[in-house]
Structures are given as structure tokens and as C-alpha cells.
Design a protein around this ligand. Structure first.
Ligand SMILES: Cc1cc2nc3c(=O)[nH]c(=O)nc-3n(C[C@H](O)[C@H](O)[C@H](O)COP(=O)(O)OP(=O)(O)OC[C@H]3O[C@@H](n4cnc5c(N)ncnc54)[C@H](O)[C@@H]3O)c2cc1C
Length: 402
């Protein structure tokens, strides 16, 4: 039988949040032993390696939110990190367009939020918007965000991984957290006892938190993000193009991203997924999860608190490539269906829902005490925010343990 291992800090999950927390922990607890356990064969195989790769600027969020506090600084931190470490960075900006007069109100609201959050932004005329991207379709004016940029998320994950290994942090791949018994943590590769546990397990964070007496009011509800790429000889936009989103839910609406490598892609959708890792077909099928999720979906459908019924109907239609391209096409003067043939790798959002109020949690959410800390809602733009988010987490951990 293998002996029990005792790192000072044990982190579950090697996504961008687990890796960044390890990075910041080592800065502040230089002598501490830190181990990350990851159930997959390498870090970044879930949300952190399956996202849009956008460094958001920070203008979507109300000033009282953590997202507002962390996004602007996170955007700058990653841009500097990419430049210092020679990683791909496309500082191509973003245009938010209004498709009709009604959406102009939303556009102005985003501008106001951006101003309060200290984000560099400009309201520009439709003519000026056309000078940035000739194919743009906007009513009267648009919002220009020069600091929105794109990175290659897998490249970034790999770079952080190398950095923290060089600093003496262990990453144990193929090692899944299974359960906790008294002080012991049972994994698929032996037992651990730790001074402090940090749960950054993404889609499974709520389940692990429950073992520690947290996440009582919450469950993770998975939403699938599909992408479709323009052919190499097809549409090539000069900047990211987004609609005015429905500010009642945390999703940004179908948009165009210009990737770090200058490819144009449409997506992501926010389709309710049937189980947590329901990427495609019956891959990772889990009947118990499916039944649990179906119950939550049914209760949301009945309560319809945040327009879930309409959201679910609209999103399900986006399984159709034709529909997805057509919807994205409303942001442009012209689009050719034939330009879009290749589906990208889908991602799944680990969206937290409050099961008592039947509302989606809009902001980042975490819970913890002097023994463990649980990152429960690290949804978009958590990749962008990862560095300042981790600094804040560690301040909380320090205040819990002191
Ligand atoms: C479609 C989509 C688009 C997005 N676009 C953007 C964007 O453009 N910009 C942005 O800033 N953010 C974006 N996000 C959000 C961003 O990707 C996430 O906020 C971020 O990746 C969350 O990181 P994480 O480390 O918490 O989760 P994850 O990357 O999911 O990592 C969690 C890790 O925990 C591991 N794990 C789970 N259970 C166990 C267990 N029992 N034992 C051991 N390990 C376990 C998993 O294998 C996984 O590697 C997007 C997300 C999605 C899904």
C-alpha cells in the first residue's frame, strides 16, 4: 500500500485557476510544499483549453462585482505575461455593435459600466466602426474596446505549467480526487493529508465542496459552447465583433472572435448540456448526472426566473450550423454560409446555480474556512482574471488560516 503524502497545500484541478493559484501561493509561501492533482493526463483539457481565448477588457460587469474589480487588471497582466514570455497575443480589440435602436440603450449601458470600471473605451460612429472593420453592421454607433485581445489558451496553460514546475510545485496528472474520509483525501493514486486544501475542480467543484460542508445552496449546471471556424480562404475579420448581450444572464451572445492566430470563429453557444462533460455524442456519458441536471433544468423551465425557457429554446437551435452562421451574420453586412464548414472543439461552462432562488450566479463565487477553500463559480472571464483572482484568493486563505 502506498504511503500517505502530506503537502502543505493540495490543489485539486490543473486548469488555469488551479495553476495560477499555485503560482501565487509559491510567491507568498516560498518554503511551502504545493501539490496539484489533476484527473486528466495533462492540465488544461477542460474549460481552460476549450474557450474563446479572449482577454476581456472589463466593461460588461456592474461595479459592485468581482468580475468588474478583477477583469481590467487581469487583461493587462496576461498581455504583459504574453509579451514577457514570447507567447502569441493578438491585440486586435473589439467592436460591440447595436443591431437596432433598442440595442443602443444596452450599448450605452456597457459604455457607462466600462467608465466606472476604469476601462479604456470609446463610443464611435457607424462610419468610424467601418474604418476598423469594413464588414460591420451597426445602427448609428458602436462601442470600441482597444484593450480586448486574444491569446492561445493552451499555449498559456502550458507556459504557466512549466513555470510552476520550475518553482518546485508538483503536478500529478491522472490523479483524481475521489473522496474525503476524516483527515484523509482519497485519490485514484493514493492518499493525502494536507495542511490546506484548495478546490479548483471546475465542473466538479460543487461536488467536492459538498464533502467539506460547502456549496450547500449551489449546484453546477453545464452549458455547452460550440464554435464554428471560417475556412482558411473564407471570412477574415480584423477585430472581435460582439452583439449587445442580454444583461440578465452571464452569456455574451453569439459573436465573432479573431483568434490569436488570426482565424475567425463564431461562437460560443450556451446550450444546456445533458451531463457535465457532454462535449460530443455519448462521450463521458453519466446517467446519474443526466438525471440530476434534467431535474434542475425542469425546475428552471417551470420557474422561468431569468428567461430560461426562451434561452433554452433559442440555444438548442444553434446545434444547426446554418442557424448559427445566420445569427452571427446579423452583426455583419454580409456573410457566406459556405465560408463556415469546420466545427471547433466545444467547451463547457461550469455555471453555478443557486438551487434555492433558481437563479444563475452572475459573479465569481467561493467559500472556505481554515482547512479548505472552494472556487465554485469560475466562469468567464475567469481566464482573463486568473492572476488577480488568485491573489485575492490567497489573501482570503491567509485571513482564514491566521
Ligand atoms: C466555451 C467557453 C468560452 C469561454 N471563453 C472565455 C474567454 O474568452 N475569456 C475568458 O476569460 N474566459 C472564458 N471562459 C471561461 C474560462 O475558460 C474559465 O473561466 C476557466 O478556464 C476556468 O478555469 P478552471 O481552472 O476553474 O476550470 P477548468 O479549466 O475546467 O479546470 C478544472 C480542472 O479540474 C480537474 N478536475 C475536475 N474534477 C477533478 C477531480 N475529481 N480530481 C482531480 N481533478 C479534477 C479537471 O480535469 C480540470 O482540468 C470560457 C469558458 C467556456 C466554457
Amino acid at each position: 500500500m502506498s504511503s500517505v503524502r502530506n503537502p502543505d497545500f493540495l490543489i485539486i484541478g490543473a486548469g488555469i485557476i488551479g495553476l495560477s493559484i499555485a503560482f501565487e501561493l509559491k510567491k507568498q509561501f516560498t518554503d511551502a510544499s504545493i501539490t496539484i492533482i489533476e484527473k486528466e493526463k495533462q492540465p488544461g483539457l477542460h474549460a481552460s483549453g476549450r474557450n474563446s481565448g479572449v482577454l476581456h477588457a472589463g466593461f460588461y460587469y456592474t461595479a459592485d462585482s468581482l468580475k468588474a474589480k478583477l477583469c481590467r487588471d487581469g487583461n493587462l497582466a496576461w498581455r504583459e505575461y504574453c509579451q514577457e514570455n514570447d507567447l502569441t497575443l493578438n491585440q486586435c480589440g473589439k467592436l460591440v455593435v447595436a443591431r437596432n435602436e433598442e440595442e443602443l440603450k444596452g450599448l450605452d449601458e456597457l459604455y457607462k459600466r466600462g467608465q466606472v470600471n476604469g476601462v479604456e473605451l470609446k463610443i464611435i460612429s457607424a462610419v468610424e466602426a467601418t474604418e476598423i472593420e469594413p464588414n460591420i453592421n451597426t445602427c448609428e454607433r458602436a462601442l470600441w474596446s482597444p484593450t480586448t485581445s486574444t491569446i492561445n489558451p493552451i499555449e498559456v496553460v502550458n507556459s504557466i505549467q512549466k513555470l510552476i514546475i520550475d518553482k518546485g510545485i508538483s503536478i500529478l496528472n491522472d490523479t483524481a480526487y475521489i473522496k474525503k474520509t476524516n483527515n484523509k483525501i482519497i485519490t485514484s493514486k493514493g492518499d493525502f493529508e494536507t495542511g490546506y486544501l484548495i478546490n479548483a475542480a471546475g465542473l466538479y467543484a460543487d461536488k467536492i465542496a459538498k464533502d467539506y460542508g460547502f456549496s450547500e445552496d449551489y449546484k453546477i449546471l453545464p452549458f455547452k459552447g460550440l464554435y464554428i471556424y471560417a475556412n482558411d480562404d473564407g471570412l477574415k475579420l480584423k477585430t472581435n465583433v460582439y452583439p449587445v448581450p442580454d444583461l440578465h444572464n452571464p452569456f455574451l451572445g453569439v459573436h465573432f472572435t479573431v483568434t490569436a492566430e488570426n482565424k475567425t470563429k463564431i461562437g460560443p453557444t450556451a446550450i444546456p448540456a445533458f451531463w457535465r462533460e457532454n462535449y460530443s455524442g455519448l462521450e463521458q456519458f453519466n446517467l446519474k448526472e443526466m438525471l440530476g441536471i434534467a431535474c434542475i433544468d425542469a425546475s428552471l423551465f417551470l420557474a422561468n426566473n431569468f428567461g430560461f425557457r426562451e434561452l433554452a429554446f433559442k440555444e438548442m437551435q444553434k446545434y444547426s450550423k446554418k442557424k448559427l452562421v445566420e445569427l452571427a451574420g446579423t452583426l455583419l453586412k454580409s456573410i457566406n454560409q459556405k465560408d463556415f464548414q469546420k466545427w471547433g472543439k466545444p467547451g463547457i461552462r461550469a455555471q453555478l446555480i443557486n438551487i434555492k432562488t433558481k437563479q444563475l450566479e452572475m459573479d465569481f463565487k467561493f467559500e472556505g474556512d481554515d482547512k479548505s477553500f472552494h472556487v465554485l463559480n469560475a466562469v468567464s472571464p475567469a481566464f482573463t482574471c486568473a492572476f488577480p483572482f488568485s491573489e485575492m484568493m490567497i489573501d482570503k486563505v491567509k485571513s482564514e488560516v491566521s
